[in-house]
Design a binder for this molecule. Structure first.
Ligand code: SF4
Length: 451
């Protein structure tokens, strides 16, 4: 049934001749890597040795990987297909960039970049990951320059976040700069201050997806969490406005321990379904920012297992919102942790960190070209790893309490890498690299240890 549905979507795409050149470009990229010569078997960790070297095996591996590692399901949005917020829309330049980076085995382009374009925010959430960082608001020209540098590096997806990015009057200009340079553009917002007219303006500028934070289905709880009366209504109104534009719309929800125990993710899914939302993203709390003081909100293995189960259970359905549980996506069997290898975060002051939840600055865009910072970060952190870097560096495995070596601010001393294990490639990257003849892990903590 899934195959039929996907075949129908492909036919729908092909019915639009204006998309043929883009589809042809993507197909060429795939075939070039499947049929490339000079193939050198790699030392991928997946044990897929039998698949190495043969073009037929590479093609088979692609199909198997597609089915096994698919995150959501394809849906139609304004003339293009979207699998989930973790894959750029197809066809698009952003999609081709991600595909090229993975199939070439280079994994050398930042795939997901989050830009906290302001620290200003009307809300005051206790779990805000920005807590502890210096408040700042870089000028428009600087952010446009950063975005141009990212597009120059071949970024796939740029998400604008904060603080509350909607507090910036120049937000459409930033969206436009990201979109015109070829990236897929997303917005993470609380919905506060986001009117229908403003959303329309952002869509015109090239915004592809809008994610509204909503951690609970009870209005009073959300208002209290955000310290903003009316926060729940603002979030729901923003979701409704975005739906009306036909834009890909998703809910960002932090699924903390109490939420999982009380079955709140299911209620959020029902709410998303009633609102006609495309995706519910369930974020796992990480010991960083405001959550450093609340280890009781972090998940235990049984809660993680429950979220992963929900992810699978929901995505077997053919209708309704997709459910993307970060606990599943960032598991060692799937995509693992891509902090500093495929993901980076630029904070409101311009400090470039491996992830929103790893306040470890590798440089500041005000003083250093982004490419130099990115290269250094990759030299140190290398390829994707099986474990969350934030937890590896910040959580004391002997207890529930974070040991806080990172502090909350990038001004703190860089963490010691002595205890950082070398990288093992997570399932997806390990298998793709093995099948496409690449050589397993690179860089990483190992490199730091060697000095
Ligand atoms: S450090 Fe890695 S796994 Fe942890 S939240 Fe960041 S990207 Fe995800």
């Amino acid at each position: 049934m899934f195959v039929l549905r996907e075949a129908f979507l492909v036919l729908r795409l092909l019915a639009n001749p204006r998309l043929w050149p883009s589809i042809f470009r993507t197909l060429t990229t795939v075939l070039r890597h499947v049929f490339r010569s000079g193939f050198q078997p790699g030392e991928g960790p997946s044990g897929a040795g039998a698949a190495r070297g043969s073009r037929r095996a590479r093609l088979a591996a692609l199909i198997t990987h597609y089915r096994r590692f698919r995150l959501g399901r394809w849906t139609w949005h304004r003339g293009r297909l979207v699998e989930s917020t973790f894959v750029p829309p197809f066809p698009s330049r952003a999609f081709d960039r991600a595909l090229e980076s993975v199939l070439s085995g280079q994994l050398d382009k930042p795939m997901f970049v989050h830009l906290a374009v302001t620290s200003a925010c009307p809300a005051g959430c206790g779990h805000c990951s920005l807590r502890g960082r210096t408040a700042a608001n870089l000028p428009t020209a600087k952010w446009v320059d950063v975005i141009a540098q990212l597009n120059g590096l071949g970024v796939s997806t740029i998400a604008l976040t904060g603080g509350e990015p909607a507090t910036r009057d120049d937000l459409p200009q930033l969206v436009q700069a990201a979109h015109d340079g070829g990236a897929a553009v997303q917005l993470f917002t609380s919905g506060i201050g986001l009117t229908a007219a403003r959303i329309g303006e952002l869509q015109e500028a090239g915004l592809g997806a809008i994610g509204v934070s909503l951690d609970h289905t009870c209005a009073a709880v959300v208002d209290q969490q955000r310290c903003w009366p009316g926060a729940f209504d603002a979030a729901v109104a923003a979701l409704r406005h975005a739906r009306r534009t036909g834009m890909y719309t998703f809910i960002n929800a932090v699924a903390d321990r109490a939420s999982v125990i009380s079955d709140e993710p299911r209620r959020l899914l029902e709410l998303a379904s009633r609102l006609g939302i495309d995706e519910l993203r369930l974020l796992e709390p990480v010991p960083c920012g405001g959550l450093i003081e609340h280890p009781d909100r972090l998940l235990q293995p049984e809660h993680v297992a429950e979220l992963r189960r929900l992810h699978h259970e929901n995505n077997r359905r053919r209708r309704g919102p997709k459910l993307l549980a970060i606990s599943e996506i960032e598991s060692r069997e799937m995509h693992g942790c891509v902090a500093g290898s495929l993901h980076l975060f630029v904070d409101p002051r311009g400090d470039v960190c491996p992830c929103d939840f790893v306040p470890w600055s590798f440089g500041n865009v005000l003083h250093t070209p982004l490419e130099a910072i990115w290269r250094n970060m990759r030299r140190v952190l290398g390829t994707p790893r099986t474990e969350c870097l934030s937890r590896l560096l910040g959580q004391n495995p002997a207890s529930d309490r974070p040991k806080q070596p990172l502090g909350c601010s990038p001004d703190a001393a860089p963490p010691s890498l002595e205890s950082l294990p070398g990288n093992t490639l997570p399932g997806f990257y390990g298998q793709v690299m093995a099948a496409f003849g690449l050589s397993g892990t690179r860089g990483i903590g190992n490199l730091c240890k060697r000095g």
